[in-house]
Design a protein around this ligand. Structure first.
Ligand SMILES: [Zn+2]
Length: 190
């Protein structure tokens, strides 16, 4: 999915309780982890072929969640071994799992269980730039930031509505390009 969906999804997951429990840093970690796997997009600067091959591969897979999650948690937990093992590693990995979950419902297949399995999965029910879902997540994220006292219920509603919308899209899929994908890729790929 597009970066707006990824970041706001991380924010909503954090608002469900992680932020309240582990502080603002949990929200920062989850939001960052939710976009981190797309760091493999830098392969586009090597070549289109490299991008096609390496984008949505390792960082989007089981191996990536664990390895990248452990390394990134080393940075955020500093020297606190307990925090590294029990909190930050989990938060980083959870954010990346959410990223892959949001990507796998578009057309690009992902080797989710790599290195255990090379099988690539895709459940193409929405487009990369799905306007409705993007607007829903962004709108509720803004609302949660404004009405901070109601963060948890607002994000809960956002995720509940997302679930209903995606269930609907499972029945009526629209995996083709949207205006948002056209705007983004028109701007990005040129
Ligand atoms: Zn991705």
């Amino acid at each position: 999915m597009n970066p707006i969906v990824h970041v706001t999804l991380g924010v909503h997951i954090a608002n469900l309780g992680f932020r309240q429990h582990y502080g603002r840093r949990a929200a920062v970690i989850l939001a960052t982890a939710s976009v981190f796997p797309d760091i493999d997009s830098v392969t586009v600067f090597i070549s289109r072929g490299a991008y096609a091959h390496y984008h949505r591969a390792f960082t989007h897979s089981l191996g990536g969640w664990l390895v990248c999650g452990a390394l990134l948690a080393l940075l955020t937990a500093r020297q606190d071994l307990k925090r590294w093992l029990l909190i930050d590693w989990g938060l980083w990995s959870l954010g990346m799992v959410g990223h892959t979950a949001a990507d796998i419902i578009t057309r690009w297949p992902i080797p989710v269980l790599y290195p255990l399995s090379d099988v690539r999965w895709s459940f193409a029910i929405v487009s990369w730039g799905d306007g409705f879902w993007t607007t829903l997540l962004l709108g509720f994220a803004v609302a949660a930031a404004i009405f901070a006292g109601y963060r948890r219920p607002i994000s809960g509603v956002a995720l509940g509505l997302s679930f209903l919308y995606l269930a609907y899209r499972f029945v009526v899929p629209t995996p083709g390009p949207s205006w948002l994908s056209r705007v983004w890729f028109g701007f990005w790929m040129r």
